[in-house]
Design a protein around this ligand. Structure first.
Ligand code: HEC
Length: 133
C-alpha cells in the first residue's frame, strides 16, 4: 500500500475516534457557538444538530475557549450560504475534510444542512486595538 494511503487511513481512524470521544463531551453545545435551543428547532434541524455535534464538532467547534479549532466555524453562510454547496462539501469533503457520502443517507445530510441554516454567522474577528503608548 502506498505510504500516502496509509497516512490517509491513519488520519481517518484518528479523526473518527476523536469524533467519538468528542461526542461524549458534546452533550451541551460549546458556549461560544450560539447554539439555538433544541426547543426552537423542527425535527429535521434537531436531527441535524445531533449529527453535527457527533460527527462534525470535532473539527468545527471548539471544546474549550483556548483550544485550537481545525475547521472553520459553520453557519448559514458556510458554502456561500448555498444549500447545494453545503451538501456537496459534506458529501465529497475537501482536501482537509473527509467526505461523508458513504456514511450518511441523503436525508441525514439534508438535516445537517437544515441545522447549519439556523446558525447565525460568527462575529467578525476582532480588529486588534493599536498598542497604547
Ligand atoms: C477532520 C475534520 C473535519 C470534519 C470531521 C468535518 N469537517 Fe467540515 N471542514 C473541515 C475543514 C478543515 C474545512 C475547511 C475547508 C478546507 O480547508 O478544506 C471544512 C469545511 C466545511 C464546510 C465549508 C465551510 C465554508 O465556510 O464554506 C462545510 C459546510 C463543512 N465543512 C461541513 C461539515 C459537516 C456538516 C461535517 C460533519 C458531517 C464536517 N464538516 C466534518 C474539516 C472537517
Amino acid at each position: 500500500m502506498p505510504r500516502s494511503a496509509t497516512a490517509a487511513i491513519r488520519f481517518f481512524a484518528g479523526g473518527f475516534s476523536l469524533a467519538l470521544s468528542f461526542g461524549a463531551l458534546a452533550q451541551g453545545a460549546p458556549a461560544e457557538i450560539q447554539a439555538p435551543s433544541p426547543a426552537s428547532l423542527d425535527d429535521a434541524q434537531r436531527a441535524g444538530q445531533k449529527l453535527f455535534y457527533q460527527h462534525c464538532g470535532v473539527c468545527h467547534t471548539k471544546p474549550q475557549i483556548n483550544a485550537v479549532q481545525y475547521g472553520p466555524t459553520l453557519s448559514k453562510e458556510s458554502g456561500g450560504g448555498q444549500d447545494d454547496a453545503m451538501r456537496q462539501i459534506i458529501s465529497d469533503g475537501t482536501q482537509r475534510m473527509p467526505g461523508f457520502k458513504g456514511f450518511f443517507k441523503p436525508e441525514q445530510i439534508s438535516s445537517i444542512v437544515a441545522y447549519l441554516k439556523v446558525l447565525p454567522p460568527p462575529p467578525a474577528a476582532p480588529v486588534p486595538s493599536p498598542a497604547k503608548p
